[in-house]
Ligand binder design. Structure first.
Ligand SMILES: [Zn+2]
Length: 185
């Protein structure tokens, strides 16, 4: 099932999410639906709040980049109850976009190395470290679990310049190629 994607201005994107319970009903289906929704929108990552779910879950698929970077060849993962326990390395400036902010791409700074602990869809516990692009994507998705969006990392000046476009998005004025859920006025 493909969910409509929540967009900037929807309060659900500003909520702090809660852990998924072990007996969460339909978890496998939820994960499959999140991947399907993400692929349909040509995204590389999708977090719970983006389908209106205030739970600590996100999915990421970087495997299409496996040709450039063999480490990413099998990188199709669900992250349940993730905790980033360390951010380190250099502050790196890289362009980001977000399915919940269609049409806007901006460069933001993030640390280029992280350590993350999480459960996969089979409740196997993982403790992994990432550098560079995967660290970037995981921090972006992880932010969604805490109600943070990538434009929050832009400078105040940049945010002021984006304000009009963000307001348009919150009113449903976007040219997104996928179905969105327009926030209530
Ligand atoms: Zn996003």
């Amino acid at each position: 099932m493909i969910y409509p994607i929540t967009v900037y201005g929807d309060p659900v994107l500003r909520k702090i999410t809660t852990d998924i319970e072990r007996d969460h009903e339909g978890l496998e289906e939820l994960i499959n639906d999140m991947f399907e929704t993400m692929y349909n929108a040509d995204g590389v990552g999708l977090a719970g709040p983006q389908i209106g779910l205030t739970k600590r879950v996100f999915v990421v698929d970087l495997s299409p980049l496996g040709e450039e970077d063999p480490l990413l060849r099998d990188f199709k993962k669900a992250f349940i109850n993730a905790r980033i326990i360390e951010k380190s390395g250099e502050e790196e400036l890289m362009e980001e976009g977000c399915l919940s902010i269609p049409g806007i791409h901006e460069k933001v700074y993030r640390k280029n190395h992280i350590r993350i602990q999480y459960f996969d869809e089979n409740w196997n516990e993982n403790d992994e470290e990432y550098t560079g692009y995967p660290a970037r994507v995981l921090q972006h998705e992880y932010d969604h679990l805490d109600g943070v969006m990538f434009v929050d990392h832009c400078t105040p000046l940049k945010r002021r310049l984006l304000k009009g476009k963000l307001t348009d998005i919150s009113k449903g004025k976007t040219n997104a190629t996928y179905r969105i859920k327009i926030p209530k006025a």
